[in-house]
Design a protein around this ligand. Structure first.
Ligand SMILES: [Zn+2]
Length: 326
């Protein structure tokens, strides 16, 4: 394993950011894989999964079982990690450009990149690392949710294979290949290079607080199993009971907003099946006086909830995936 530290100059004098890149060199022609965590800087499940994956890959490298190249970036967003305001960390949006760190990736190499803000240079650097690989996995997490995937609709079969390996309960497909997110932008770069058969996915590893030794091991095992399954690592693994994921179009996952502010009391959990008309949550608008009920508009499964249990008027409270009840 080699560790390369890439340096990005900050936009102001006297500061710079370091991007740690871990490289494993395969001995054969297995698919090359790029995995990053923490693009939304504070989303730590992916970072700790990579930490637990590294010893397994070192062992494979030592034993000569590493067939394809693997590149890991555990902290893909050192800029976001520095954004702290009055003790509150803000890792999802760039405080300078106000752009979501997982949006607005350039579909083509950028001219005069050195004159751009550091967040643009970070995005270009990550994409340049990723586009050299044949498989790209971008590890995120939700506020509060299950393990689930976002894949392009045309790559659903490969998505199912990944879901089986990592135990994803839901796959959301996107027919619109507009390269807004990191994985879609990597796909766009490949398509322009006639490498459209390569695979990129966003993996959501549960919620923000689901950062435990057990989950880290479980997710590292899932990623390792996938690397073995696609032939990047050679190993013999015991079969596991495969989870059959629910598959839905990204537009079938609906966020339900609240018309009034208040504290949120959830009455359903992640993964619960719910019926049309069922009460999902109560927003305590005026304690002792008025409440607002969040009602499911259709049959489906609860996908995500908010981590912070106070909402403002118009905020999304819960995400439900429209799906026939089992
Ligand atoms: Zn994220």
């Amino acid at each position: 394993m080699e560790i390369e530290n890439l340096t990005l100059e900050a936009d102001t004098p006297g500061q710079e950011f370091r991007l740690g890149v871990f490289r494993f060199h395969g001995s054969g022609s297995g698919p090359s894989v790029y995995i990053q965590g923490g693009l939304h800087s504070l989303e730590m499940p992916g970072t700790v999964a990579i930490d637990r994956l590294i010893p397994r890959l070192k062992a494979a490298e030592f034993d000569g079982r590493l067939i394809g190249d693997i590149t890991l970036v555990p902290h893909a967003n050192p800029i976001g990690l520095t954004q702290v305001v009055f003790g509150q960390s803000l890792g999802r949006f760039d405080a300078n450009t106000r752009v979501n760190f997982n949006r607005s990736f350039p579909s083509k190499p950028v001219n005069c990149l050195e004159a751009k803000p550091v967040s643009d240079r970070l995005k270009a650097t990550l994409l340049a690392l990723a586009e050299q690989a044949e498989v790209v996995l971008d590890l995120h997490c939700d506020d509060d949710g299950p393990v689930y995937l976002y894949v392009s609709e045309r790559q659903l079969d490969e998505g199912k294979r990944l879901a089986r390996s990592i135990g994803a309960r839901v796959i959301l497909t996107d027919a619109n290949d507009e390269p807004v997110s990191f994985d879609l932008a990597a796909g766009e770069r490949w398509a322009a290079d006639n490498k459209g058969d390569r695979f990129a996915a966003t993996i959501e590893l549960r919620g923000m607080i689901d950062v435990t030794p057990e989950f880290a091991e479980q997710d590292a095992s899932g990623l390792y199993r996938y690397l073995v399954d696609i032939g990047t690592v050679s190993d013999t693994l015991a079969a596991t009971s495969a989870v059959v994921p629910i598959i839905g179009d990204v537009d079938a996952a609906e966020l339900l907003a609240t018309p009034s502010s208040g504290a949120v009391l959830y009455e359903v959990d992640i993964g619960d099946w719910v019926q049309e008309g069922q009460r999902l949550a109560v927003v305590v608008s005026e304690p002792g006086a008025s409440h607002h009920e969040i009602i499911s508009p259709f049959d489906g499964q609860v996908m995500t909830r908010r981590e912070v249990r106070f909402v403002r008027k118009g905020d999304d409270v819960i995400k439900v995936l429209r799906h026939p009840l089992p």
